[in-house]
Design a protein around this ligand. Structure first.
Ligand code: GTP
Ligand code: MG
Length: 297
């Protein structure tokens, strides 16, 4: 018998949900950036021990609906929390415990879904601040468990895993084989890594207006050839993504290539093209082709 379970990881944009899932799983399954609304899909990160398997569901940050893409992102969160064994609410310890977070706790408590509040980014504050913040959770302590961690510095993650283990259920088989650590194909991760570097180097609204499509992924024994498109939503964004004499695109491409090489452990040849697709965030056909279409677990 094995102890297994699904755990949704939700919270405000930028709280560190993807950083936490990557740190728990020990692999890069989800991209991370200093800008809010980095994650767009639900992404599974699978944690394995000999006799236990925890499937963490990374989700987009909780936000308002708006464009077709925004609606998809917000629906994804709802999809993620249905049928899970527990919910982790990730909060940034440098921010106040908000009424919306309290409402979330009350809501899951009423639905009898176990809630674990993760106070993330403890590396940024004093120990005293951690204790002070813990005390602000006193009024809801009967409805949830609270675990302070640092996803960045991998602090207190074992304690979090121990808490999660209380909510796993006995299964005859694991859901995924022991070698799997995500549900997404490599092509998806490659597109996401390019988007991660674009989020990192581009400013203002431009990185949020892009989508990345891997058009070609060919692997030989020694080399991986990748052709990808960065799709932008406004004509004025194209020259900014390219940069002066193509410098910006080169920087994005170079950094993406280095990260992809580390993952595939082979030399990578990466060609990126910038294309315009006006208002793609409301183009259902395009959203479908990107997989931003259905409710994912
Ligand atoms: N100092 C510190 N920074 C962290 C920690 N965890 C995450 N961060 C930073 O917080 C920022 C946001 O991290 P993400 O993991 O992308 O946050 P997210 O909640 O997945 O964000 P969205 O996908 O946009 O909702 C990044 O700059 C991370 O490096 C932490 O434990 N300590
Ligand atoms: Mg994220």
């Amino acid at each position: 018998m094995f102890k297994c379970g699904f755990v949704a990881v939700i919270g405000k944009p930028n709280a560190g949900k993807s950083s936490l899932v990557n740190a728990l799983v020990g692999e890069k399954v989800s991209i991370v950036s200093p800008k809010p609304q980095t994650t767009r899909n639900n992404i599974l990160g699978i944690y394995n021990e000999d006799d236990c398997q925890i499937i963490f569901v990374d989700t987009p940050g909780i936000n308002k609906a708006g464009t077709g893409l925004d609606n998809f992102m917000q629906k994804s969160i709802k999809g993620a929390v249905s049928d899970v064994n527990a919910v982790i609410i990730v909060t940034d310890i440098t921010k106040e415990f908000s009424t919306s977070e309290k409402q979330l706790i009350d809501n899951y408590f009423e639905k009898k879904i176990p809630v674990i509040v993760v106070l993330n980014k403890i590396d940024l504050v004093s120990e005293e601040k951690v204790f002070r913040t813990l005390s602000t959770y006193m009024p809801v302590m009967d409805k949830c468990e609270v675990v302070p961690v640092s996803s960045l510095k991998h602090k207190n993650l074992n304690a979090l895993i121990d808490v999660v283990k209380k909510y796993l259920v006995e299964m005859e088989d694991k859901f995924y084989d022991d070698e799997s650590y995500t549900d997404k194909p490599l092509k998806f991760l490659v597109a996401e890594i390019i988007r991660e570097k674009a989020l990192y180097f581009l400013s203002e609204e431009i990185p949020h207006g892009i989508a990345v499509v891997v058009q070609n992924y060919e692997e030989t024994d020694t080399i991986v050839n990748i052709d990808a498109d960065i799709i932008c939503e406004k004509a004025s964004h194209k020259p900014i993504i390219l940069g002066h004499q193509g410098e910006m695109l080169k920087k994005i491409g170079h950094n993406a290539r280095v990260t992809i090489q580390k993952i595939v452990q082979k030399k990578v040849m990466l060609k990126i093209f910038v294309k315009l697709k006006s208002n793609w965030k409301n183009n259902l056909e395009f959203l479908n082709s990107m997989g931003y279409n259905e409710l994912e677990i």
